[in-house]
Structures are given as structure tokens and as C-alpha cells.
Design a protein around this ligand. Structure first.
Ligand SMILES: Cc1ncc(COP(=O)(O)O)c(C=O)c1O
Length: 333
């Protein structure tokens, strides 16, 4: 018997086509709730899509040169993991500028995938346009001094980030729900997810409600942005009108549902997935409906944060991890 080893191309081909699972804890009769488990992407989050599409786009435009180009990006975590994982498979080095508040697990994964890390004392999410953002300023200054070597995809304005969702996640959701989706929930970082999926779904059925989740000020939801403390990214601004409604969520509400979702649905979810779940739970929907939320990554990078926030002790976390359903068998985590 010969062993068929997994190739780099196999891993790259696994970006997207993530599972949609029913949330039994919220579903009742004809009112159904689903989670799109983006933790099943090869490097563990929704950001694999943006990273893959942005790198491929830069390759097609002749911007990247294998063995020479260095990709640099300010990110609070998942984009760093995704860019590093995908870029190294494709032959590029990566430098990541990251706020020190990002979880230690996230930073360790980025390092172990081979990126060089620059830490800044920023808030968790870079404040686009505020002039005080150190991670964006540092990445920009490193990249602009050596344009022949450095390339910053700039996920906050890069149309390829939008396209990954418009051509990928949106059609997947339409197919997986057999066109029955009525409400779509997600958090917003760059806006790629909400505008890409939202645009596709609205074209299919303009009655589908696109609902954005807003974290409290000074929040702990890695990857999200509160628009009172941080300007709206260009990518989001271009299509912000397609958002029908917003729901606010506090850190306490998000962390407060992590254990409940584990007990009822056997999912070990991340803080941002918990925040989406909390928003779905409190948003009034009646009658027959199909409500879908993006669970951008899974819980396994958040053991330290859950212990710090008294969500779960480290031993409770380990036990949950052993008993959780639908965790992907990730090659790199
Ligand atoms: C952890 C995390 N990162 C990123 C995103 C989406 O980011 P973006 O708006 O950049 O597509 C989400 C959305 O749910 C998220 O939960």
C-alpha cells in the first residue's frame, strides 16, 4: 500500500467550503439557527480566505517575487496566522505587526509558522485612520522604506479580501442553506466578510437581513472593531449601506455564553463566535426563519484568555477540548 502524502496544493485547496452546523441550543421548530465553522479552514480561521485571495491577486499582478518578497501586515491575529501559513506554502516570507494584547497562543502560532513578529502596545484592533495606531504606522514605515522587498496587502482596503467572500463564502452559504437563509450575522474587522457575503446574498434575495455585530468600546474580541473608537475601514465604507441592522454586544455577554454553547451544542467556540452567538440569541426573530452566523475561528487559541476572564479554568478547557464536536484536525495548530 502506498501512502499518499498531503501536498502544499492540497492544503491550499482546503481554503473555504467550511461546514455549516445547526445550533440546537437556539433552534425551535421552523426557526433554525446555524453556525458557519470557519475554524475548518487550513490555518484555522475565516482569514485564510482573505489571505489566499490577497496573495493570489498580488501574484497575478506581478507584485510578489518568490524567494525575494516579504509580506508585512498589521493584524490582531488571525490574518497573521493565515498570511504566514499560506505565504510560506507559496514561498514568501512574512513579518507581522501585532498588538501585544493579542493572545499568547496566537503569537506563538504565528512564530511557529515562521513569521517574524513586531509587537506594539496598541489596542487589540488597529485603529484605522486615527493617527495613533502604532501597528499600522510601523508596518507602513517598514514597507515604504523598501518597496522592492516589502509588500503589505492592506486587508482594510484590498478588494481581493471582499472577493474571497463574494465568490466564496456567500455562494457556499446560499448552497448550504438551499437558498433559505433569511438573516446573516457577523462581526466586522476590515468589513470583507460582511460586505462580500452581504453583497452576494442581497443579489440572490434582497429581503435577506444583513446584521453586523458591534463589540463594546475597549473590547476583548480579537479581530473585531468598535466604530466609535475606530474609523471605518475603506473596504467596509464602500458598501456599508447593505448592512440592515446592528446589534451591540459586551465582553461579558460574549464570554458569558461560551460555557453554555459548549454544554448545549458541544462546540468549543472563540470569543468572536461567542459574541456572534450572543447577538443571534438576543436579536428578535419570529416564525419561520433561517439564521446564520459566522463563527470565525474555534476556541483553541483562547485557553489563556478564558482562564484570565474566568470563563473556564485551564483544566475545564482541556476537558472541553477533549469532548468538543466539530473541531477540525488542523495540520498547523
Ligand atoms: C475573529 C474574527 N476575525 C475577523 C472577522 C471578520 O473580519 P473582516 O471584517 O475583516 O472580514 C470576524 C468576523 O466575524 C471575526 O470574528
Amino acid at each position: 500500500m502506498s501512502i499518499k502524502a498531503v501536498t502544499d496544493t492540497d492544503i491550499l485547496n482546503r481554503v473555504g467550503n467550511t461546514p455549516l452546523v445547526r445550533l440546537e441550543s437556539l433552534s425551535k421548530n421552523e426557526l433554525e439557527y446555524y453556525a458557519k465553522l470557519e475554524g475548518h479552514n487550513p490555518f484555522g480561521s475565516v482569514k485564510d480566505r482573505a489571505a489566499y485571495w490577497m496573495i493570489k491577486d498580488a501574484e497575478e499582478k506581478g507584485i510578489l517575487k518568490k524567494g525575494k518578497s516579504i509580506i508585512i501586515e498589521p493584524t490582531s491575529g488571525n490574518t497573521g496566522i493565515a498570511l504566514t501559513g499560506i505565504a510560506s506554502l507559496l514561498g514568501y516570507k512574512v513579518e507581522i505587526v501585532i498588538p501585544e494584547k493579542a493572545s499568547s497562543e496566537t503569537k506563538e502560532i504565528i512564530k511557529s509558522l515562521g513569521a517574524q513578529i513586531h509587537e506594539t502596545s496598541d489596542d487589540l484592533c488597529p485603529k484605522v485612520g486615527s493617527g495613533t495606531d502604532q501597528s499600522i504606522a510601523l508596518a507602513t514605515s517598514i514597507a515604504s522604506n523598501r518597496p522592492d522587498t516589502y509588500y503589505s496587502p492592506n486587508q482594510y482596503a484590498n478588494e481581493a479580501n471582499f472577493k474571497g467572500h463574494y465568490f466564496g463564502t456567500g455562494p457556499e452559504l446560499w448552497r448550504q442553506t438551499e437558498g433559505k437563509i433569511t438573516h446573516f450575522f457577523t462581526g466586522v474587522g476590515t468589513g470583507g466578510t460582511i460586505t462580500g457575503i452581504g453583497s452576494f446574498l442581497k443579489e440572490k434575495n434582497s429581503n435577506i437581513k444583513i446584521i453586523g455585530c458591534q463589540p463594546q468600546k475597549d473590547h476583548l474580541i480579537q479581530g473585531w472593531r468598535n466604530f466609535e473608537e475606530s474609523a471605518k475601514p475603506d473596504l467596509f465604507l464602500k458598501r456599508e449601506k447593505l448592512v440592515d441592522d446592528w446589534v451591540s454586544v459586551t465582553n461579558a455577554e460574549a464570554f458569558g455564553v461560551v460555557k453554555e454553547v459548549f454544554e448545549k451544542d458541544r462546540l468549543l467556540i472563540s470569543p468572536s463566535s461567542a459574541a456572534v452567538y450572543a447577538c443571534m440569541k438576543k436579536y428578535p426573530v419570529e416564525g419561520k426563519a433561517c439564521v446564520v452566523g459566522i463563527f470565525a475561528d474555534d476556541g483553541r487559541k483562547f485557553k489563556s484568555i478564558y482562564a484570565q476572564q474566568n470563563v473556564m479554568t485551564e483544566s475545564e478547557f482541556d476537558e472541553a477540548l477533549d469532548n468538543a464536536k466539530h473541531m477540525s484536525a488542523l495540520a498547523y495548530l
